[in-house]
Design a protein around this ligand. Structure first.
Ligand SMILES: [Ca+2]
Ligand SMILES: [Ca+2]
Ligand SMILES: [Ca+2]
Ligand SMILES: [Ca+2]
Length: 538
């Protein structure tokens, strides 16, 4: 059966209406056969003995990680105007296209900063005592996937609306995240990065093993193996394929949790229910998952080997996992019990306070959902307290302001108590101390001003994803210009692949996806990536 065709016929109109959320949109067909999927899981003896798995070797110490202001990395072959017809779900197509030169990148000139002011004028000259308040990294949308999971929907992958159902590089994301961590650590050595703020969609499919892998990669671990059920080894030997374990270097600074729709919803769209939990630990793939027992990991439907570690997580269970990990990454029992990862933290020695807002609709749907009670009882009091305490507020959430909705849309249902984008703009805009909104979700670097009716204007910055080419993080600095203004400087950075063949292969394959029109160029346009954003001091 052609699931993609069936899907397009079945939900064609809906496809058109939500195409703007394509990285998050793929799970359309789950409406189909949920109940039939909940068969019993196979016995644990189908899993390999952990003692037989490889012991990975640590990567050599990385010595340099230039920012994109110094050097850019660009695809050699670009054919965005004419998407290639060869589906990247077929490993033979990927191999053929790599052979034709797709996937190659070359270094280009660095790209300087674009200065942007709220009124379009020139920024004022800084004073003699301009001061850096904070330097942090924003890492958005890893979408780290258990690509062998029976809840995957690979057969729905298609250009445009459902192109997030499968990424040919998704198996490599584990090694890509480690490469990114390695890169951020070297950038940090040159100029300290105080902490990392995640962008949400850290995991792809609300699974327990995905969340564990994300945390192990960020924390550091002697072995992380993003390989569920059977221990696969598509290229025999250690350290040479995406299903091999790696030594996770771990970030040299604390990191703060932000929740995305893919962290708490099946495939980013569908509420976790007991049926979904049963399906996640079951052995039946209806819409396609990768089979890494075969060369190149072709797509399999039907019986797969079950793995109890794939269990889908309810939001409270996920937050309990995060809160129990290391320093809790911003979460405490309060957020766990509330089932909402909304919290604040201050940057010591500065007037900066972060307000992390959980914008996810646990009732389903990829768009953001804020409920009146959460705004009135948690968000608004946090804003009032910050103003009283003389703090400048950076609001970080997965969804940008324009991506809030009423909970409807694929997999969701309209909620009567939703605070829509226009209303939330006024909630934030009542407080002149709000200086920056920070978001992910759209997989493209984007920067724009926000203006409330109350007369407050500030910046919103969206960071592209680490799942898709160009796989860039942002390094963000906030400066007091000593002239009555603040300046937010954002610098994109590509992950380094030195001595790391698996993450290099991941980039090549994702570039191929990009060149064939099956993905996005997450770089936005000039003025959206390397930027200096000026605004008056509150
Ligand atoms: Ca795709
Ligand atoms: Ca496996
Ligand atoms: Ca393996
Ligand atoms: Ca191997």
């Amino acid at each position: 059966m052609d699931y993609g065709l069936a899907l397009r016929v079945y939900l064609g109109a809906m496809l058109a209406s939500v195409a703007t959320i394509r990285p998050h949109f793929f799970a359309l067909a789950l409406a189909l056969p949920l109940v039939a999927l909940t068969s019993a899981c196979t016995s644990a003896d189908a899993l390999d003995d952990a003692a037989n798995r490889y012991v990975p070797a640590p990567l050599p110490v990385l010595t340099a990680a230039p920012l994109t202001t110094e050097v850019t990395l660009n695809p050699v072959t670009v054919r965005l105007a004419a998407p290639d017809a060869r589906k990247p779900t077929d490993p033979a197509n990927v191999a053929a296209m790599l052979g034709e030169g797709y996937g190659e990148t070359k270094e280009g000139a660095g790209e300087g900063y674009v200065a942007r002011t709220l009124d379009g004028g020139m920024p004022k000259a800084k004073g003699p005592n301009a001061r850096l308040l904070v330097r942090f990294a924003h890492l958005a949308d890893f979408q780290l996937a258990d690509d062998e999971s029976p809840t995957r929907l690979v057969n729905f992958d298609a250009p445009s609306g459902t192109d997030g159902a499968f990424r040919p590089q998704e198996a490599h994301e584990c090694h890509i995240i480690n490469a990114l961590v390695r890169t951020v650590n070297v950038v940090h050595e040159k100029a300290p990065i105080e902490f990392v703020v995640l962008g949400g969609d850290n995991a792809d499919n609300a699974q327990s093993n995905e969340a564990r892998w994300v945390m192990d990669l960020l924390n550091g671990a002697s072995s992380v193996e993003c390989d569920s059920a059977a221990d696969d080894d598509p290229i025999p030997g250690p350290d040479n394929d995406p299903k091999d374990p790696l030594v996770a270097e771990g970030l040299k600074m604390p990191w703060y949790w932000v929740t995305g729709n893919h962290d708490v919803l099946r495939q980013g769209n569908f509420a976790v229910t007991p049926d979904v939990v049963a399906l996640s630990v079951g052995n039946n793939s209806v819409a396609g998952a990768r089979d890494w027992s075969q060369a190149g990991g072709p797509i399999l439907t039907g019986e797969v080997i079950a793995d109890p570690q794939r269990r889908a997580l309810f939001a409270k269970e996920l937050y309990a996992m995060v809160a129990a990990d290391g320093d809790g990454h911003g979460l405490t029992t309060k957020e766990v019990e509330a089932g909402k990862a909304t919290y604040t933290f201050d940057v010591p020695g500065t007037p900066l306070r972060f307000l992390i807002v959980d914008t996810n609709a646990e009732t389903g749907g990829a768009n953001g959902l804020l409920r009146k009670d959460h705004v009135a009882s948690v968000i608004e009091p946090a804003l009032v307290a910050a103003e009283k305490d003389g703090k400048y507020v950076i609001v970080a959430s997965h969804h940008e302001l324009a991506m809030l909705g009423d909970g409807s849309g694929l997999g969701g249902s309209a909620q009567g108590d939703a605070v829509m984008s226009a209303a939330y703009l006024e909630v934030l805009g009542k407080h002149p101390n709000v200086i920056l909104n920070l978001a992910g979700h759209s997989h493209i670097h984007d920067v724009h001003p926000l203006a409330s009716k109350a007369g407050h204007t500030w910046w919103e910055m969206v960071t592209g994803s680490l799942a898709d080419f160009r796989h860039q993080a942002r390094i963000v600095e906030v400066w007091d210009q000593d002239n009555g203004e603040l300046m937010v400087r954002a610098t994109s950075v590509d992950y380094r692949t030195d001595d790391d063949s698996v993450s290099a292969e991941g980039r090549a394959i994702s570039t191929l996806d990009y060149t064939s029109g099956w993905g996005l160029d997450g770089n936005g346009t000039t003025g959206d990536h390397n930027v200096e954003l000026y605004l008056p001091k509150p």
